[in-house]
Design a binder for this molecule. Structure first.
Ligand code: GL7
Length: 820
């Protein structure tokens, strides 16, 4: 029987062909002759899934049998992108599948494009979670990712007259072959209601949370295939459902529509991803989303603990580590306390000890507007028992450790309290996260230093051993092997295989920088990607660009601190120079942007409009004669990033120093041989250390200089008045030249001048322009440029998410690697 089942999932061409045809016929009910491309994509994915699910079951069984500790990664966002090609390559059956399909007259590369992106995240934080899932499986670590099964992911971006317009992203309208419903693990979640104190027969008080509203959470599992590993972990995403299909009483009274209303309301909880990046909006639905997925996930973890072993609760942390991806899941801390104290009747102090041993917290930002707080009034209404628990945690903390360290110091207590008292009481989720965890980490060395020195100085003083740095990384499978298979093959030909799983081997490529024939191949691969991207640009933007121009790329969320407008001002200035001097000798460049703005972020949207308006002029001005092109590729996301990154020559990482916690796009671009122009911010600092100062363009104010300048009193007008180039560029941009309306970009101009230029664009402009002039010069010496590019690829092995994940496993989770 088993032999029969196994031969149906062999990794041979014939077995795959059989699986695909069977899925076409029996799962999809399609005729092979008339099946659509989408049918073929689905059938192929299901054939792959069959092979992978077997390994998922084996992995689970083995982890359970060995009773090993598991990590549970809690994240409100997972930016997975497409899965088919990634899974085929990671499972080592890409070539077999390509062959099988080609024997059936189908082109795998075309089918792969049929898959919609799974865009359940906003930016770096969500994509990091996806890279981590890949590394956890690849490194054979027992793990489960938990999140929300959003019906609508990040909005689709369109430009109408150069302005961003948002459309819903119905990524799973046609279902998804990768997800599997697990109705037997459904959970019930309580919300709202009230808390009553009751007493048992011995006069001991306890709390009962009653009159609650109920929601159901249905889990969907997505298998995560490791590269060259048998481990298949799962990503478990919760979908909200009403706890009764409809209200029979109302139904019987004849109001069918009313009866279904409650159901519709319940389902809104997992309906849509909040489209804000690094900011929080304090909305009730968002708090409900957070609690919903946290409560489902913890109940799932507790179910596994109770079902699998008969161990005392003190052993819980030895079986389960829980990582909080930012503060979004921080309500897990009072939720575990509630389970342990109210339901399992543990002593408070024992429960608290278990909590702190179980949780660890990653901070991803220092931006004050991104540090989550919840109004106490809202919190009390939605989660009354959790608020009581938070108060009790706070009371014990302030009267205990804080009082012992700083006796009678009210000021210190105000700083450290979990409750912010000024301007309407608020719960500080970052404080709760630090206090409820045994480890708090930043995501780059500089960021961690600032975390300890500036964001949590008192916590750091109290608990110095709880803070550590874990510099971010990216999976080299997706961000090199899948998106740049040509370069991946060239590397393997040159230094052998193995580097995809042990990125420290990549350094062996370094010596090839001096090999002219290698440089030629490296360059040819880059050029091939530029040709391909040029075609995409032609199709999506209607602009033709030369693959021999320098491709200068800024791809990331649109945010003032990331300073796309600094880039834009430089473009405007080049445009002016070309018009002023028709024979200007300048390296032809294509400036490529990709970025979505939060729908309510008006200034960010104004910047998008400005870039598009400048693009429209520059690209069609005969005086420019093709020397400059400005391209804004719409609807930036994982799949288009996979096309842009291998084609980039220059990587723009130009945030105000101290603002970008790490960045991960910087790593992906360097890995694919793009040179960085950047500030000493986030992980750029470490990229500089790795590639060497001769292979990167660093400019601008340092963190210390930014602090000093602000303390001195920064006045952007000084820079405006001092630099004619800058002044004319800004005034021209804000004139009617680009849109016919002189007020169109007033918000942008005002932000830089009358509103004080909070991100120091003006202060860094001259140094940026000078650095760009160096880039211009350097690109003319192609042999040297290629050398620098090869050094970048060869020297960024540190930035593999495998390295990051192994550091988490060793220093935070204490997890074993388990061969399946
Ligand atoms: C971010 C940081 O801004 C970014 O620098 C970092 O690389 C990423 C992953 O650690 O996390 N923080 C944040 O709130 N978002 C990020 O991308 C949205």
């Amino acid at each position: 029987m088993e032999a029969l089942a196994n031969c149906a999932v062999l990794n041979t061409t014939d077995s795959l062909k059989l699986s695909i045809t069977n899925h076409l016929r029996f799962t999809l009910g399609a005729y092979i002759e008339t099946a659509s491309e989408n049918d073929w994509y689905v059938a192929t994915s299901l054939a792959v899934r069959d092979r992978v699910m077997e390994r998922a079951t084996q992995s689970r069984r083995q982890h359970r049998a060995q009773g090993v500790r598991r990590v549970h990664y809690l994240s409100l966002e997972y930016l997975m992108g497409r899965l088919l090609e990634n899974n085929l390559r990671n499972a080592g059956i890409y070539d077999t599948a390509k062959q099988a399909l080609s024997e059936m007259g189908k082109d795998l590369d075309a089918l792969v494009q049929k898959e919609p992106d799974m865009g359940l995240g906003n930016g770096g934080l969500g994509r990091l979670a996806a890279c981590f899932m890949d590394s956890l499986s690849t490194m054979d670590l027992p793990a489960i990712g938990y999140g929300i099964h959003y019906e609508f992911g990040l909005f689709r971006q369109e430009f109408v007259n150069g302005k961003q317009v948002e459309h819903p992203d119905a990524w799973m309208r046609d279902g998804s072959p990768w997800k599997i419903a697990r109705p037997s693990y459904r959970q019930t979640v309580h919300l709202y209601g009230q808390v009553i104190q009751k007493f048992d027969e011995f006069g001991q008080p306890h709390h009962e949370w009653m009159d609650t509203k109920c929601l159901l959470g249905l889990p969907w599992d997505i298998p995560i295939v490791g590269y060259d590993s048998n481990t298949v972990n799962v990503l478990r995403l919760w979908q909200a459902q009403a706890d009764e299909d409809f209200n029979f009483k109302v139904f019987n009274e004849g109001s069918y529509i009313e009866a279904l209303r409650e159901k519709a309301i319940a389902e809104t909880v997992s309906k849509v991803l909040y489209p804000n990046d690094a900011t929080e909006s304090g909305k009730e639905l968002r708090l409900v989303q957070q609690y919903f997925f946290v409560a489902c996930s913890l109940a799932d973890i507790v179910r596994r603990f109770k079902g699998g072993y008969t161990l005392p609760w003190s052993e819980f942390p030895s079986k389960a580590a829980v990582q909080l991806n930012d503060t979004h899941p921080a309500v897990a801390i009072p939720e575990l306390m509630r389970i342990l104290v109210d339901e399992e009747k543990l002593e408070w102090s024992q429960a608290w000890d278990i909590c702190q041993k179980t949780f660890s917290y990653t901070n991803h930002t220092l931006l004050p507007e991104a540090l989550e707080t919840w109004s106490v009034a809202l919190f009390e209404r939605v989660l009354p028992r959790h608020l009581q628990i938070i108060y009790e945690i706070n009371r014990r903390f302030l009267e205990g450790d804080v009082e012992a360290r700083w006796p009678g110091d009210g000021e210190k207590k105000r700083h450290l309290s979990l409750i912010e008292e000024s301007g309407g009481k608020k719960v500080r989720m970052a404080h709760l996260s630090v206090l409820g965890s045994h480890a708090t980490n930043g995501v780059a060395a500089l960021h961690t230093r600032l975390l300890c020195e500036r964001l949590f100085p008192e916590f750091f003083e109290l608990y110095p051993d709880r803070f550590l740095n874990l510099t971010n990384g990216v999976t080299f499978r997706r961000w090199l092997d899948v998106c740049n298979p040509e370069l991946s093959s060239l590397i393997t030909e040159s230094i052998g295989s193995g580097w995809l799983k042990d990125s420290s081997k990549l350094i062996q490529l370094d010596r090839f920088a001096d090999d002219a024939s290698f440089r030629e191949k490296f360059h040819a691969i880059k050029r091939g990607h530029k040709v391909r991207l040029a075609k995409i640009i032609q199709d999506s933007c209607g602009v033709s660009v030369s693959p021999d121009a320098l491709f200068d790329v800024q791809i990331k969320r649109l945010h003032e601190y990331k300073r796309q407008h600094l880039n834009l001002l430089h473009i405007v200035s080049l445009y002016r120079k070309i018009i002023a001097n028709p024979n200007l000798d300048i390296t032809p460049r294509v400036f490529i942007f990709g970025a979505k703005a939060a729908p309510g972020y008006y200034l960010a949207k104004n910047i998008i409009h400005a870039i598009n308006a400048v693009a429209a002029k520059v690209n069609h001005d005969p005086r420019v004669d093709g020397r400059l092109k400005v391209i804004y590729i719409p609807n930036y996301g994982v799949s288009i990033a996979e096309r842009i990154i291998p084609a980039a020559d220059l990587s723009e990482q130009i945030s105000t120093a101290g603002k970008e916690a790490s960045g991960t796009g910087n790593m992906k671009l360097a890995l694919n041989g793009a040179l960085t122009i950047g500030t000493l911010d986030g992980a750029n600092v470490e990229i500089l250390e790795e590639v060497g100062p001769e292979n990167i363009f660093i400019f601008g104010l340092t963190v210390e200089e930014v602090t000093e300048l602000n303390a001195r009193g920064y006045n952007p007008w000084d820079y405006y008045n001092a630099s004619e180039e800058l002044r004319l560029s800004i005034d021209w941009l804000a004139s009617d030249y680009f849109t016919g309306n002189q007020d169109e970009f007033k918000p942008l101009r005002d932000s830089l001048l009358s509103h004080g230029d909070p991100f120091l664009v003006m202060a860094d402009y001259d140094k940026y322009a000078a650095s760009q002039a160096e880039v211009d010069k350097a690109y003319r010496d192609q042999a040297h440029w290629q050398k620098m590019a090869i050094h970048n690829t060869a020297r960024v092995g540190k930035f593999s998410s495998d390295r990051t994940i192994l550091e988490y496993a060793k220093n935070v989770w204490k997890l074993p690697q388990v061969q399946v």
